[in-house]
Design a protein around this ligand. Sequence first.
Ligand code: GMT
Length: 378
Amino acid sequence: MKIGIVCYPTFGGSGVVATELGINLAERGHEVHFITYERPVRLDVFRGNVFYHEVLPFKYSLFKYTPYETTLAGKMVDVAINEQLDVLHVHYAIPHASVAYLAKQILKSKGITMPFITTLHGTDITLIGKDPALKPVVEFSINNSDGVTAVSNFLKDATYENFTIDKDIEVIYNFIDFEKFAKTDKDHFKKAIAPDDEKILVHISNFRSVKRAEDALYIFQKVMKEIPSKLMMIGDGPERAKLEILCREIGLCDQIRFLGKQGAIEELLSVSDLFLLPSSNESFGLAALEAMALEVPVVSSNAGGIPEVNVDGLTGYLCEIGDVDCMAQKAIHILSDTDRHATFRANAFAQAQTFDVKKITPQYEALYERVINATVPA
Ligand code: GMT
């Protein structure tokens, strides 16, 4: 198949999922065309059947805002015609689903049929999408997609609760590529971060308020009173400056490393002992799955779709949002006994295997085929 993929090219979860899916589809023999405003961060190796079409900003003195949606629609139409796409798959509803609808109508007026699939990722539904300023457009574009998927049952239910939806939403979970996320011997990293063999706790996010990254610091503060440990804070975002101030206020800057955005996450996870995900909302929690793929147990909040990934008492623990005492106590419980820690590590890995990309990509392929076959020619 010839598949167009539209996503945010950044470190955000939806962009990572879209890029990894495109790469996997290409490895399975499909031709994949990424349509984005920048090269996606994880699209870092040349492949013969992967193409990247950049949406360039259109500037004109009359415009206060660059008309991104219009140029994106134009690029979708151009790629669909010239590359003869069979299907377009847009990730994150805003604005990609409504723009895909516009592109589809333009193509229809030219006698070209191009179905599109929308994958809902989380905040496009739970946070931003339900804002009255955006809701009618999000609702319309979901109802007019040829196929709709959500990355968890929680997100599917939230979509039906927040919008009037007359479409079937299929749950296709996020996934992990075990060829990329394989444990590597990074002992020199471990020595650099934890020279006295301390336990390494890790939090990875885009440091937006929804991640409650400050809770990771409070949890760590309690854990390190019982267990010699270090905390790696990976990623960047609007809350980072406040977190660095907090780290100074609680006097733990020697124990906490802010590493910023990192490319080879798997190398840092290879030396980690426990992952902290205290988010107030999370449709899936891809970062937790990536940790589990590297045998790192997870202590998290029980928000949104996280329980569909992190199984309480098996792969880690779930506590109420904001209950840092509970999360610290569970972290200590896991880390304080070597055999118990090893069992949690093994369980986390086994659970991650249920999300193997090799099991998930065929679900998208089947959906593409169903949608293409069901589409009436223009
Ligand atoms: O908030 C983020 O982490 C970014 C956001 C996105 O859309 O890029 O992530 C959402 O999509 C990820 C991939 O499907 C999910 O793993 C995250 O749980 C989800 N974030 C939220 O729901 C807050």
